[in-house]
Design a protein around this ligand. Structure first.
Ligand code: DGL
Length: 236
C-alpha cells in the first residue's frame, strides 16, 4: 500500500516514524510544507488552499491513502478534505478522541497550535474536564532547533496543566520536545503522542520512503535524520 503523509514541516515525521515502525512494509511518501510553516497561525481559508494543494500532489503520486500528520489541519479541515477528495484520508485527532473516550482519564490537558485550540475539537467531542493551552512558540523553536529558548515557554504554557492526569501533545511537532516537557513536569503526567493512537492501517509487502519538502536546507536534513533515526529514505 502506498501511503501519503503530510504536515507543515518536520512535525509529521514523528507520525511517519511511528507508521514505519508499526507498518514497515508499506511505501511512504511524505510532504512537509516548510515554505508555508507555521500552519497554526493561518486562517481556515489559507489552510484549505495549502492542504488541498498537498492532497492533490499526493494523489498525483498515486497514493492509496493519506494520513494528515498535522493537528492543525486534522482539527479544522478533516471533514472538508474527506468530502472533497475521493481517496481514503485518515486524520490524527479522531483516534485520540476515541482513545480518551475509552480510558479513565478525567482531567485532560491539551497543548496545540492556536488554530487547533480555537477549533475546540477536544472540548466539543469529550465529556471530560478539559484545559486547553495554545503554545504558538513551540513550533518555531522546534523547527529552528533552538532549545535554549524553550525553558521560559515551558513554564509559561505548562504551569496551569500540572493538575492534569494526561496531556495530549495536540501538535505533531511536540513529541520532538517530549523529554523536555516530561522533565518540566517531573515525569508526573502521562503525555499522549497522537501517533500512538493510529491503528487501522494495513501492512503490505513493498517498502520505500520518499520525502518532499517545499523548502529544503541543511538544518532540515539534520532534523529529518535525527527524527527518523536514519531510516533508508530519499529526499526530493
Ligand atoms: N505540526 C502541526 C500540527 O500538528 C503544525 C504546526 C504548525 O505549522 O503551526 O498542528
Amino acid at each position: 500500500m502506498k501511503i501519503g503523509v503530510f504536515d507543515s514541516g518536520i512535525g509529521g515525521l514523528t507520525v511517519l516514524k511511528r507508521l514505519i515502525d508499526k507498518y514497515p512494509n508499506n511505501e511512504y511518501i511524505y510532504y512537509g510544507d516548510t515554505k508555508n510553516i507555521p500552519y497554526g497561525d493561518k486562517s481556515i481559508e489559507e489552510l484549505k488552499v495549502l492542504a488541498s494543494n498537498i492532497v492533490e500532489f499526493l494523489i498525483s503520486k498515486n497514493v492509496d491513502m493519506i494520513v494528515i500528520a498535522c493537528g492543525t489541519v486534522s482539527s479544522n479541515l478533516s471533514d472538508y478534505l474527506k468530502e472533497k477528495y475521493n481517496v481514503k484520508i485518515v486524520d490524527i485527532i479522531s483516534p485520540v478522541i476515541n482513545y480518551l473516550n475509552n480510558h479513565e482519564y478525567e482531567k485532560i490537558g491539551v497543548i496545540a497550535t492556536n488554530a487547533t485550540i480555537n477549533s475546540k475539537v477536544f472540548s466539543k467531542s469529550l465529556n471530560k474536564d478539559i484545559k486547553e493551552v495554545a503554545c504558538p512558540m513551540f513550533v518555531p523553536i522546534i523547527e529552528s532547533n533552538n532549545l535554549t529558548e524553550l525553558q521560559k515557554y515551558l513554564d509559561a504554557y505548562l504551569n496551569v496543566l500540572k493538575d492534569r492526569d494526561i496531556i495530549v501533545l495536540g501538535c505533531t511537532h511536540y513529541p520532538i520536545i517530549k523529554d523536555e516537557i516530561n522533565k518540566y513536569l517531573n515525569n508526573n503526567i502521562k503525555l499522549l503522542d497522537m501517533s500512538e493512537c493510529i491503528s487501522d492501517i494495513t501492512n503490505e509487502v513493498k517498502a520505500s520512503i520518499e520525502l518532499y519538502f517545499s523548502e529544503l536546507n541543511d538544518k532540515l536534513i539534520g532534523n529529518v535524520n535525527s527524527i527518523l533515526e536514519k531510516k533508508d529514505f530519499i529526499i526530493k
